[in-house]
Design a protein around this ligand. Structure first.
Ligand code: SF4
Ligand code: SF4
Length: 94
């Protein structure tokens, strides 16, 4: 009995979607026009979602790796990182 319950709970946990319904509504993006390639954001991103080389082209956020913590936004003194509403241009109904 207990074994069955545990088995069911484990199965449910595995099937639970990993996407947070709130954070799924937005994403972080670096504005290439504003980015000065200073490297600050890359250093503070704990999951290594930001790539780029200091003094080179604008930095980029890997959406697959980004956990949407917002830390990079606070550290970018040039305000080059924005939180975008990914549903903004979508119609409310199909
Ligand atoms: S902190 Fe801002 S300006 Fe510096 S590399 Fe990151 S996005 Fe570009
Ligand atoms: S929001 Fe967080 S996880 Fe995403 S790129 Fe910025 S610091 Fe990294």
């Amino acid at each position: 009995m207990l074994k069955n319950i545990l088995s069911r709970l484990t199965k449910n946990a595995e099937e639970k979607p990993k996407t947070n319904p709130v954070t799924a509504l937005y994403q972080y993006q670096i504005n290439a026009e504003e980015c000065r390639s200073c490297d600050r954001c890359r250093k503070v991103c704990k999951v290594g979602a930001i790539s780029g080389e200091r003094g080179q082209a604008a930095y980029v956020i890997d959406e697959e790796k980004c956990i949407k913590c917002g830390t990079c936004v606070k550290w970018c003194k040039y305000k080059a990182i924005q939180r975008l509403d990914i549903n903004k241009d979508r119609p409310l109904t199909d």
